[in-house]
Design a protein around this ligand. Structure first.
Ligand SMILES: *Cc1c(COP(=O)(O)O)cnc(C)c1O
Length: 382
């Protein structure tokens, strides 16, 4: 939902598919993350990609008074938060040009900076607007993607510090791995980042925010917490790596529900869906679910996935299509009715379909499953 109103429960009853967000789980996960984080550090909640597909507005509403920063990837996300009257600081990650820079400055959105040229452009735009821009300088200590390479970082910081109308509020870096607490690559990144901050300090450049750790870094590299940490996936109750399960007891925030919109019987030899990949070998009951790959359900789960119905798993049969998938209720289950609810993600009684298992079956990662959830699917906060 992009509107200002949270969807009410009664409106959800009219929907054929919707996502349920568990506010208590979100808070629980945040508390778990805080308890692992050094007391010197506060939290930047990473809510890019529509809050990992969960719903930007819904998630931010739950977290707004509990974190010191939000991290987003697009100016649209940043401006959406400002329109929602969220006045928490926002860091716009990535590299942005032209009017996007001016929009950010005008809405008090902090810009990440990955080069001196970029800092110069921001400085020029800030002078034009007669309004200082707040920036966080990104240092590439080993990710090999965004950021100023560490070899030339000190000189770049000095050059950036000499530009007009820039407030150098933060400095940060990013870890490409770190699943192992003793990972020497991550340890070296942390060491070189520490050293750079120290040297910049000696030259009189101090940063109010110093940050490096994503979810994995928070769990496994406390010396990389500095004074701000940037959890993403773990906030939503998902583990980026199984090794985090030992340290973080997380609760999934998201469930995905849909109604059976049609029930029919296939006779022996009849098929369902494109390319006729499923042919009934006995008379069987099929339920049609109004969810397809356009909603973000992986096509790869055709003839592979399951959904939950009354606490049991039922197989997806046939090809998943753009807006529908079909469930096989078998030969003797006659009590599946139009309007009944099935669970595509989440729990029913003792049965569960987690994002992780879905990702594994679809040969992808949890991040991709959740970020593909179509923003048009209604979200309800429970
Ligand atoms: C996405 C992102 C994060 C969060 O990563 P998780 O693995 O989801 O915790 C942190 N920092 C930056 C710069 C990111 O882009």
């Amino acid at each position: 939902m992009n509107g200002l109103d949270l969807l009410t429960e009664s409106r959800v009853r009219e929907q054929t598919t919707w996502l349920e967000l568990d506010r208590n789980a979100l808070r629980h996960n945040l508390i778990q993350i805080i308890s692992l984080t050094l007391p010197s550090a506060t939290i930047m909640a990473v809510v890019k990609a529509n809050a990992y597909g969960h719903g930007l507005f819904e998630v931010v509403q739950c977290l707004r008074d509990k974190v010191s920063y939000f991290g987003v990837a697009s100016i649209e996300e940043a401006l959406t938060l400002r329109r929602f009257e969220i006045d928490t600081p926002i860091l716009l990650l990535g590299v942005h040009f032209g009017n996007t820079i001016e929009d950010a400055i005008q809405s008090d959105v902090t810009l990440a900076v990955s080069s001196v040229e970029q800092a110069r452009e921001i400085s020029e735009r800030a002078q034009k607007l007669r309004k200082p821009a707040t920036i966080h300088i990104k240092i590439d200590t080993g990710m090999g993607r965004l950021g100023i390479p560490k070899s030339c970082a000190l000189q770049a910081i000095n050059e950036i510090a000499s530009l007009e109308m820039l407030q150098l509020e933060g400095i940060f870096t990013h870890f490409p791995q770190g699943e192992d607490e003793k990972d020497p690559f991550t340890q070296e990144q942390i060491r070189s980042f520490h050293k750079l901050i120290e040297k910049a300090g000696e030259k009189g450049v101090h940063f109010a925010y110093r940050h490096a750790a994503n979810s994995i870094g928070i769990a496994h590299h406390k010396d990389g917490h500095f004074n701000l940490v940037r959890p993403g996936l773990t906030l939503y109750g998902l583990h980026p790596h199984p090794s985090l399960k030992r340290k973080l007891n997380l609760k999934p925030v998201l469930s995905w529900k849909a109604r059976i919109i049609l029930v029919k019987t296939l006779g022996l030899g009849e098929s369902t869906g494109y390319s006729r990949t499923f042919v009934a070998n006995e008379e069987t009951t099929i339920g049609v679910i109004p969810v397809g790959y356009s909603h973000g359900y992986p096509f790869a789960l055709s003839n592979k996935g399951t959904v939950l119905f009354r606490g049991g798993h039922y197989p997806i049969v046939g090809r998943i299509s753009m807006d529908y998938l079909t469930i096989n209720f078998g030969s003797n289950l006659s009590d599946a009715n139009v309007g009944d609810v099935v669970t595509l993600l989440g729990k029913e009684a003792d049965a569960e379909i987690s994002v992780e298992t879905l990702a594994e079956k679809a040969a992808t990662i949890s991040y991709e499953i959740v970020t593909q959830l179509n923003p048009a699917i209604p979200r309800i906060v429970l």
